[in-house]
Design a protein around this ligand. Structure first.
Ligand code: ADP
Length: 252
């Protein structure tokens, strides 16, 4: 390729990156606004439902409850869109590998989902080895997304009153991490497609209306970007365990 052509391609690439970044920013601003308005609507409907503005007839209450639930779903979708936007931003940035303390990331992620887990009476247990865990060679922010996605799914697709176990063990130069739930499981038809962009299992959609099918796609991309592998074992209505490997930090 000629020098000139190469230069043009580089410039075009830069322009495209800039356009994508601007669009992501616009999505973020607009969706934030939508979410703020939906929250305002939520509180107005709630005041009616709580009887703060006088007693409602059964018919009025029924209709308002439907409006409230629809609004809640839209709020969930808006939050999901903001999260995807933010995640894509992080994933597109170049990898910066350093020595990372996995236990800290696991403990922080557990804390992030403790509210949702509590609502469902789901206990998240980190089986931390007594000797601790070695540092891994990772991009801290991206690795955090891996744990957040796996834990978010584990909580989302768990049955009430169940437990989630996170464990890790050393296998040669890698750390193998697992996240195990006792939830709805992945049905046979979906096993091939689980890491594809936008795929959502039918049983998953029934259990949780809000979702994008992007989490596992991104998770695999990040794990592979670290030189690791990701896979799962699952039995329908019994539970799922996701495993992934990440190289141990050897100081370079
Ligand atoms: P989302 O959770 O937004 O639907 P993901 O990409 O995170 O998207 O997951 C894709 C699909 O994989 C889910 O819709 C669901 O069918 C399945 N899945 C992922 N994690 C689990 C899990 N822990 N238990 C059961 N199904 C799961």
């Amino acid at each position: 390729m000629q020098e000139e052509e190469l230069k043009n391609l580089r410039e075009e690439n830069e322009r495209l990156k800039q356009t994508i970044a601007t669009k992501a920013e616009m999505v973020s601003i607009n969706v934030h606004q939508i979410r703020t308005l939906l929250s305002a609507i939520k509180w107005i409907i709630k005041m009616f439902l709580d009887g703060d503005l006088g007693k409602l007839t059964a018919e009025q209450e029924g209709l308002l409850r439907k409006a409230y639930e629809g609004n809640e779903r839209m709020l969930g979708t808006a939050s999901e869109m903001l999260l995807i936007n933010k995640t894509e931003n992080v994933v597109e940035r170049p990898y910066v590998f350093v020595g990372v303390n996995v236990s800290d990331i696991i403990e922080n992620s557990i804390f992030d989902f403790s509210g949702e887990a509590k609502i469902k009476s789901v206990e998240i247990i980190f089986l931390k080895p007594q000797a601790g865990l070695p540092q891994v060679r990772a991009d801290q922010e991206k690795l955090r997304i891996v744990f957040q996605n796996l834990l978010e799914n584990a909580v989302k697709y768990s049955n009430n009153n169940s437990k989630i176990f996170i464990s890790a063990k050393i296998i040669e130069n890698f750390l193998e991490v697992s996240v195990k739930d006792s939830g709805i499981g992945i049905v046979d038809g979906g096993k091939e497609k689980i890491f594809e962009k936008f795929y959502r299992g039918e049983n998953a959609q029934k259990k949780e209306a809000v979702g994008s099918g992007i989490g596992l796609f991104t998770t695999r991309k990040i794990v592979e970007g670290h030189g690791g592998k990701i896979w799962f074992e699952s039995v329908e209505n019994e539970g799922t365990t996701f495993f992934f490997t990440i190289p141990i930090w050897e100081g370079k």
